[in-house]
Write a protein that binds this ligand. Structure first.
Ligand code: COI
Length: 357
């Protein structure tokens, strides 16, 4: 499929943020976006790269009422030699389609997903920040735009991609954050939509997040929805715990997101001399192991969050510090290695980088 390039009028060009240390996460958007439409009888059509602008949508659209939507997150980096690198975008394409399948949305051909992102990023490359810890965040999204109030899968959908120059996801930057283990609300249950990257999962997490923030915690760590006993994920990150040189994370059992960064950590760890285990983690055992010193570090992984050190965990009003509230050795090594590969400072032995033509 060819992409039509709609001209960008001079008055639609925005001023770039000069001080990249002020970018934060998801506040600024580039000049252009990708938009492709799908209708039941036509399939995908009208792929175009156009000025970034608001949609005009019917208030009855399915997405507004029944949240039929999915999204992804990946990043582009500008290397010192001028090349533009995407990190494992094929994984995002595949996961996008797994989410689509769960939410009764049409699959986007992998070629359309990847080539669309590449063309858009190439046109917008001036927007890729280069300061340490920054990148161009890419947000592919699909929304159901059929105006109809009956509950059924939409017959008309938009696949679109927007770009946002970003810095660190957490205002703390690469410093330990405080996480609250959630024991009242649940995020997902087996058979639910927890594994899909769909907006509703995030909307239903807001209440718990807000309550945790009032108590000084950055986010909540979800427990399984059945027993409220096993560690699941943080919403914006998968979680890892270091038992000496063994890094442990929860298994992909259908209710947590299959993180691209999670997978990368699991593959990188053995090359750095660490063992990995994917197994259920009982929160009571975890807290006992932190207290006894068996657990030495905790960190989260995610595209937006990269590798985020966790310095404090709180469960049932008991707050406990890890690594003396500092950044642990494994966490730092993982951050340096991952970001080193993404930005071209370290060799990519896994073939994870895909250059934008
Ligand atoms: C990402 O890491 O890309 C995500 O989609 C998490 C999001 C909630 C910021």
């Amino acid at each position: 499929m060819d992409f039509k390039i709609v001209p960008l009028p001079a008055d639609k060009m925005k001023t770039k943020i000069a001080d990249q240390s002020q970018l934060g996460f998801g506040k600024y958007f580039t000049d252009r976006m990708l938009l492709v439409e799908w209708q039941k009888e036509r399939g995908w059509y009208d792929a175009r790269i156009k000025p970034y602008e608001p949609f005009t949508l019917d208030p009855a659209c399915v997405v507004f009422h029944y949240a039929q939507e999915i999204f992804e997150g990946l990043k582009a980096y500008k290397w010192a030699d001028g090349r533009i690198a995407l990190f494992r975008p094929e994984m995002n394409a595949r996961r996008f389609n797994q989410s689509a399948e769960r939410m009764c949305l049409p699959e986007v051909p992998e070629e359309l997903f990847l080539k669309g992102i590449e063309q858009l990023v190439s046109l917008e490359q001036e927007w890729i920040p280069t300061a340490e810890g920054t990148s161009l965040y890419i947000r592919p999204t699909m929304i159901a735009v059929e105006p109809f109030l009956g509950v059924h899968p939409s017959s008309h959908n938009y696949f679109y991609v927007i770009l946002s120059p970003v810095g660190a996801y957490y205002s703390a930057g690469f410093n330990p954050i405080k996480i609250m283990v959630e024991d009242k609300y649940v995020r997902a249950v087996p058979g639910g939509t927890g594994e899909a990257k769909t907006g509703g999962n995030y909307a239903s997490s807001l209440k718990a997040g807000e309550e945790a923030q009032k108590k000084g915690y950055a986010q909540v760590l979800w427990l399984d929805g059945r027993e409220r006993r096993f560690i699941e994920e943080v919403g914006a990150m998968n979680m890892f715990f270091a038992y000496g040189d063994t890094i442990v994370t929860a298994p992909l059992a259908g209710s947590i997101l299959s993180g691209v960064t999670r997978d990368s950590v699991l593959k990188l760890a053995p090359t750095l001399g660490y063992k990995v285990e994917e197994r259920p983690i009982d929160v009571n055992e975890l807290f006992a192991d932190i207290k006894s010193g068996r657990v030495t570090e905790a960190f989260g992984s995610g595209t937006a969050a990269v590798i985020s050190p966790v310095g404090t965990l709180c469960y049932k009003n008991e707050a406990i510090q890890l690594t003396g509230g500092t950044v642990g050795e494994i966490t730092r090594k993982m951050y340096d290695t991952l970001t080193g590969i993404q930005t071209g400072k370290l060799q990519d032995d896994f073939g994870w980088v895909r250059f934008v033509a």
